[in-house]
Design a protein around this ligand. Sequence first.
Ligand code: GLU
Length: 268
Amino acid sequence: MKKNIKQIIISITALLVFVNITGCGLMPESKPLLQAIKDRGYIKAGVKYDSKPFGFIDQDQQIKGFDIDLIKEISRRILGDADSVKFQQVTSSNRIPSITSGSVDLVAATMTINNKRKRIVDFSDPYYMAGQAIMIPKTSGIKTMENLNGKRVSVVLGSTSEQNLSTLAPKAIPVGFKTYTDAFSALRAHRTDALTTDDTIIAGFLAEDNNFKMLPNRYTQEPYGIAFKKGKGSRELKELVNITLEEMQSDGTLDRIRKKWMVNYIKK
Ligand code: GLU
């Protein structure tokens, strides 16, 4: 009898430990992301380090760009301090896993809102509209997307441009890179004939090297959004970010950020 009771107590304890570890069942849910951010005192934001002028490292090793200013302003409005943010580098291919694993609270990284991604993560309302374009050496004879068939084309893995290239120019030979820095280095070294990505990122490269040009056509629309983990836990944060974006739109802050970063880069 005594042995049985002991057995039962051991089983119950084991069950409670299991429930606690796995977070399933009887224990209360972990706190909403917005509350967690407020308690911790800062936002963990995934941004690009290789996508000038949206997210890049400047000569003083400081992280700068449109997405950085955007998140700092959101932090100022939500937490009362523009510097209550810890930036973490993401690339086009690891930004979704960074969100789903919880290593960042949100991602602001030239990230296009689309249905495929919406199945895995949630997005804010769009804050910028980019478009896919083609970058080539000034001496190149390439004039259209069609001309990319049979050519070696730099793309970044996990980007929409990588995906789109296979339908826009099915016979192009995609050469995939992890970062935009590497994709551009390959083009510079003539290891590829062209590079395709958003006009924003191409404009950033052109500002640094005038041996290249961007073709005038835009082949897609790429609305940028801030991405969050899917589900209830981040709903409140996403809604607050959307309200904040709306305020920033109506009081001119978003335009100011657009002008600050894009005027010198994009002539649309
Ligand atoms: N906006 C596109 C995307 O989300 C291309 C730029 C990027 O790789 O971040 O895939």
